[in-house]
Design a protein around this ligand. Structure first.
Ligand code: GRF
Length: 200
């Protein structure tokens, strides 16, 4: 059984959606460890309530690589196969990417390559797009630039606020993150250049 390592910094709703689907047998994998860089992250408390191995590795005041060496050690100790970033608010260095090359996923609340970065629901509203959505992608050295595994679109409504739009997108995030994790742990995809394709 493949092992997932979840990295988060906050609320943890994407983590929780994955964890519930693991529990329900909808994702054929187990969660090896949940790591937060912030002790106060709600997702860490949820993970502990669910009986999962959940630890805090503080990032504050540490050199980037020193912090990441601790992350890598914890993930290796638990023999993690796939790292899922779930609201993890740190950009990873090439060192970490190298250690888990091709085995790191992220969820982003926009249709990449539109609106990378932060506050992206507000960016989408301000730009005036009629559709936005979410993207699960592999993580490479750039910010939100890796090959795309799954996307889902949601409409932007005239009376949307960033919060209302974020909530509509979040529902789809929870659905497609599980879909993407399944595709990978079931070994159903291959990567050709930037394209993630289904194996024949
Ligand atoms: C989500 O919108 C995700 O797309 C972004 O950060 C947010 C995390 O939310 N990367 P949660 O902590 O999973 O609830």
């Amino acid at each position: 059984m493949k092992k997932l390592g979840i990295l988060l910094s906050g609320r943890g709703s994407n983590f929780e959606a994955i964890a519930r689907n693991v529990q329900a047998g909808k994702i054929p994998a187990e969660i090896g460890v949940v790591i937060s860089n912030k002790e106060e992250a709600a997702g860490l408390a949820t993970a502990r309530q669910m009986g999962l191995k959940a630890i805090c590795i503080p990032s504050k005041g540490k050199e980037r690589e020193a912090f990441e060496r601790e992350l890598v050690a914890a993930l290796r100790e638990r023999e993690v196969d796939l790292v899922c970033l779930a609201g993890f608010m740190r950009v990873l260095t090439p060192y970490f990417i190298r250690e888990f090359r091709g085995r790191i996923l992220n969820i982003h609340p926009a249709l990449l390559p539109s609106f990378p970065g932060v506050e992206v629901q507000k960016q989408a509203l301000d730009y005036g797009v009629k559709w936005t959505g979410c993207t699960v992608h592999f993580v490479d050295e750039g910010v939100d630039t890796g090959p795309i595994v799954c996307q889902a679109a949601v409409p932007v409504l005239d009376d949307d606020t960033p919060e209302a739009l974020a909530a509509r997108i979040l529902k789809e995030e929870h659905r497609i993150y599980t879909e993407a994790v399944c595709l990978i742990v079931e070994d159903k995809i291959r990567i050709e250049g930037r394209r993630v394709l289904l194996k024949k």
